[in-house]
Write a protein that binds this ligand. Structure first.
Ligand SMILES: [Zn+2]
Length: 156
């Protein structure tokens, strides 16, 4: 059960790992790993470039890297350049992170659905989608805290 949950979340991560927001390696402000809306699985077909709108830093992903497919999923770094993610916040022993606002919205909607489920609404719907998130994210005692943290990240 646990491994199945992890597997599903990993699949989901690969779908969301595109146009990733990162910390600029030069000025530490928000930069974008631009994949033109394509995911890691099409990295060999597309031009991937990190661009910072603040200081002008930019770098293309090297083709040799793409051939060796050294992308990393499931950590608080972008899968391509391995730069620290922009959207991340500590929550107790855990680190909540998201590749981009779409990913953050996904997490938020599922936790909000879990809260509604507790109040007797949307029972069957939220059960199926909630199963796609790691257990620590959907733990009942953590839901309100998670939503507050997400609000903070949106304003970052
Ligand atoms: Zn910069």
């Amino acid at each position: 059960m646990e491994s199945r949950t992890k597997h599903t979340y990993r699949t989901l991560l690969s779908e969301l790992a595109k146009d990733v927001l990162v910390e600029c390696p030069n000025c530490a402000r928000q930069a974008l790993v631009n994949t033109n809306g394509e995911t890691v699985y099409r990295a060999d077909k597309i031009k991937v470039r990190v661009v910072c709108g603040h200081c002008g830093y930019n770098k293309d992903l090297e083709r040799i890297w793409v051939r060796n497919k050294q992308f990393i999923l499931g950590e608080a770094i972008d899968p391509f350049f391995h730069l620290p993610l922009w959207l991340k916040i500590e929550l107790g022993d855990h680190l909540l992170w998201a590749y981009n606002y779409e990913h953050l919205r996904f997490i938020e909607e599922h936790i909000a659905a879990k809260l509604r489920e507790r109040n007797g609404f949307e029972h069957h719907k939220s059960r199926s989608i909630g199963a796609r998130l790691p257990r620590w994210m959907t733990a009942a005692k953590r839901r309100e805290e998670m939503l507050r943290a997400i609000e903070k990240l949106k304003a970052k």
